[in-house]
Write a protein that binds this ligand. Sequence first.
Ligand SMILES: Cc1cc2nc3c(=O)[nH]c(=O)nc-3n(C[C@H](O)[C@H](O)[C@H](O)COP(=O)(O)OP(=O)(O)OC[C@H]3O[C@@H](n4cnc5c(N)ncnc54)[C@H](O)[C@@H]3O)c2cc1C
Length: 468
Amino acid sequence: MLVHWHRADLRATDNLGLSKATGEDDVLPVFVFDDEVLAHASPNRVAYMLDALSSLREWYRERDADLCLLRGDPSAVLPDCCAEHDANGVFWNRGYSGLASERDEAVKAALSDEGVGYADFHDALHHEPGSITTNDGDPYSVYTYFWKKWRDREKEPAYDAPDADSLVGAPGEFDDLPTPDDLGFEETDANVEPAGHDAARDRLDRFCESAIYEYDERRDYPWEAKTSKLSAHLKWGTVGVREVYEATEDAMADAPDEDARESVEEFQAQLAWREFYTHVLEFNPEVVTQNYKEYQEGIDWREDDDELQAWKDGETGFPIVDAGMRQLREEAWMHNRVRMVVASFLTKDLMLDWRHGYDHFREHLADHDTANDNGGWQWAASTGTDAQPYFRIFNPWSQQERYDENAEYITEYVPELAGVDAETIHEWHELGVDERGRLAPDYPAPICDHGERREAALAMFKRARGEE
Ligand SMILES: Cc1cc2nc3c(=O)[nH]c(=O)nc-3n(C[C@H](O)[C@H](O)[C@H](O)COP(=O)(O)OP(=O)(O)OC[C@H]3O[C@@H](n4cnc5c(N)ncnc54)[C@H](O)[C@@H]3O)c2cc1C
């Protein structure tokens, strides 16, 4: 018998490691609550993970098997599990963070010591880090070139879910799933999206029916919600990348015209961003805490706890920023356009270090992924690969007018402004104190002046570049 060790691949369909294992022998699926990994988690992500585990376990139980749930250091509990169930090998899919690699090495050594075999597979991306390089064999630091090679490279087809008769089961330490409290976490207050493969497949199918054909044109408008919302599914592996890509290729084949085909390709290009940032992290693990792009004199970020707190609480008086930050707290997710706006606001208007923003996102996003989150933050802060140039600073007022013209997104998350017309919301910074107080007494005045801060941010970056 073999063990398949589920990690960030909480699904049975299109799972390479699981398919390889069931192709060789009977398989006991296992998940390990690893305290060292949990130390980096948050209530929202634990809630999402438990929901995904519940769905996966149900899938196995419907097939007279079971997901064996264990707790502890995988390099200790996996060899014990193999001894108990007479398994002679452990299969898993690779992770690409530093923590995952260190843990995998320890597990391999422990299994070898006990004479248990192992095999790990490349499953989470279409193209493994290091497989797409410049013609000189170096990793890409510019996305466009990476994307062209990624797009043209052949993709593997999706793997079917294994047959029930190749699966066995044991409940392990948990007949019932542990609660967040059992794992040392509070219950989340956020309305976290349903996890699990059925939920992912449902989202994917609905997205590929029509929204994918308008993706290129509509994906930037947060009030429309025209993006796929697959990010947490891709992060936790409740859907496989091959399965997603195949659905987009089917949509491509059914596309009514050239515009629709271009739109499908634009969506595929976002899937490639995810892989690009994973490649960047793999070859530059230091970016988790350091700027990718060095500035000669270093960036002299401001320190301001009150402004940082106002940003976290969605109380800055900049409606689009506050709407985004409140969406994050309420739903453990935020629309991409608004992520860019709030990240630019933190780093260029408040001039606070991107690491404060990254930490806050890591705490709240159900889809938090080290590579993507870091890539997004360093892009906004003008410190990353292929980043926003330092002199291109989003104006939050024109961003909200352009992408939320009727203030529908803003008023959904900032109810204090519900009775105020959109035009006035877009001029909030130009109104007098009395008028703001009359229109929305509980909503704050802007905490800073965008024009002044823009000049100050440009000066901060010029000093960092040694130009002033
Ligand atoms: C400051 C900042 C932080 C971010 N943090 C994360 C994060 O922790 N986890 C995360 O998955 N994405 C992150 N992103 C990227 C992007 O905002 C989300 O992937 C997207 O909003 C998720 O919604 P969706 O699934 O509807 O996206 P869609 O537009 O439907 O895109 C499909 C998929 O492509 C991938 N993708 C899309 N855009 C990007 C991108 N810019 N970079 C990398 N992958 C992308 C995601 O897996 C996404 O699910 C961040 C962006 C910024 C600006």
